[in-house]
Design a binder for this molecule. Structure first.
Ligand code: FDA
Length: 396
């Protein structure tokens, strides 16, 4: 079979590339080994798909080249995707931090994309295994339904996260085959795990959730953190996990926006008879307050159990430091099985930022999460999928 363009991957980026190319009159065949299109869209945003973010600026993406995403994001913007959503009369709402969600179901987004792709004349072939990819003169893609030849190949097979949903490293296999470099990959937007004895301490707090600021160096996220049986999760932790180098500490501010030293000293002045645990219980969830107070008693001795009025500055400052800057050293992450995204991927230096085309291989394009561009939590990753898919679909 011959066609103009083969897109491998009927996910967010692949469908958008197919729509854009199909609308230009190109014959497009989309191949996917899954039994349904857009499987990750369906489970995204708790089933409601956080499909974009109104604050989508390039600074909110991780990449070896922090300018790479700029062009595609500017050419197909959150407003462009929202216009498509509105054209299909899909009800949506804005949650916090510019995050846009469907009112009803992520299924609305998949139906919209599949409908648009079909209206643009593209063919989506599911349950199709992709084998060898070669390029004698045109691209030849071997599949279990026979070979397909195409002038252009758009690789939209996503990242490595959630392998049980069909994630594979096909993009990297194709990259290697054509000499396109790949930046090292790791799980992103993923819960952090800890070794003993820290793990036992965090386990005892499982279920506690609070407003925090999680930081690594100058990168900081003010959102909720959640203690779990395996370590730490919640939006602040997922966000910072993408920046974690696998070695260093993560700082957790349990009283974000407030100077704990001042808060504690003022309470000591006004409420000198109260116990430290009581004061902390007014600032933090009870179990966490008990845990921190217990830690201080273990460190400073039984005097720390008495009225806070009797505590010396040294002890109070020690408590304040652990409130404003609890330094935790993760031992790892929950890995691709739990990661929302993959950090790293096809090296952006090998791609045109305008078209997503591989510089050294005419007609070969990489889009979406397979590329070394990873967004923050909150709709950024889908916007990258739409924008990069659109860019390739205009050029392929
Ligand atoms: P995507 O993974 O969507 O699609 C890749 C396609 O390629 C799949 O259909 C797959 O079957 C196919 N494929 C892979 N290997 C293949 C092979 N060897 N042969 C044939 N086909 C192959 N982002 C966001 O912005 N808002 C959100 O609300 C969420 N929520 C969310 C929840 C969960 C649980 C996860 C895991 C992820 C999110 N994300 C998210 C991230 C978002 O889902 C992700 O960034 C995009 O789906 C990436 O789009 P792609 O099209 O690049 O890959």
């Amino acid at each position: 079979m011959k066609t103009d363009i083969v897109v491998i991957g009927a996910g967010a980026a692949g469908l958008m590339a197919a729509i854009a190319a199909g609308r230009r009159g190109r014959r497009v065949l989309v191949l996917d080994h899954a039994d349904k299109a857009g499987a990750k869209i369906l489970i995204s945003g708790g089933g409601r798909c956080n499909f974009t973010n109104t604050g989508c600026v390039p600074e909110r993406f991780l990449s070896g080249n922090r300018h790479f995403a700029r062009s595609a994001l500017a050419r197909y913007t959150p407003a462009d995707f929202l216009a498509l959503v509105q054209k299909h009369r899909i009800a949506w709402h804005e949650k916090t931090l510019g995050q846009l969600f469907c009112d009803n179901s992520a299924r609305d987004i998949v139906s919209m994309l599949v409908g648009e792709a079909e209206a643009a004349g593209t063919t989506i072939r599911l349950r199709t295994r992709v084998g060898e990819v070669s390029r004698p003169d045109r691209f030849r893609i071997d599949t279990d339904a026979g070979p397909v030849e195409a002038e252009a190949l758009v690789v939209a097979t996503g990242g490595l996260s959630i392998p049980r949903m069909g994630a594979t490293g096909l993009a990297f296999r194709i990259a290697e085959r054509f000499g396109v470099p790949v930046a090292p990959t790791r799980p992103g937007l993923v819960p952090l795990t800890f070794a003993e004895p820290e793990a036992a301490r965090l386990r005892a707090l499982a279920g506690v959730s609070l407003d925090t600021e999680a930081a690594i160096g100058r990168v900081r996220f003010r959102e909720a953190s959640l203690f779990t049986h395996r370590g730490l999760s919640g939006p602040a932790i997922l966000q910072i996990s993408s920046y974690w180098d696998g070695v260093g500490p993560v700082e957790l501010d349990l009283l974000p926006g407030r100077d704990a030293r001042e808060v504690l000293r003022s309470r000591r002045r006004g409420r000198g008879k109260a116990a430290l645990a009581t004061i902390l219980g007014e600032l933090l969830p009870q179990r966490l307050a008990q845990d921190i107070a217990g830690g201080i008693v273990a460190e400073a001795g039984p005097a720390a159990m008495g009225p806070v009025g009797g505590l010396p500055d040294r002890v109070l400052d020690r408590v304040a430091a652990s409130l404003n800057g609890w330094s935790l050293r993760p031992s790892g992450t929950e890995g691709y099985a739990k990661a929302e995204v993959m950090v790293g991927g096809i090296d952006t230096r090998a791609l045109s930022s305008q078209t997503m085309a591989a510089r050294s291989v005419p007609g070969l394009f990489f889009v979406g999460e397979a590329v070394d561009v990873t967004g923050w939590l909150g709709g950024y990753n889908f916007q990258w999928a739409w924008s990069s898919g659109w860019a390739a679909g205009q050029a392929a």
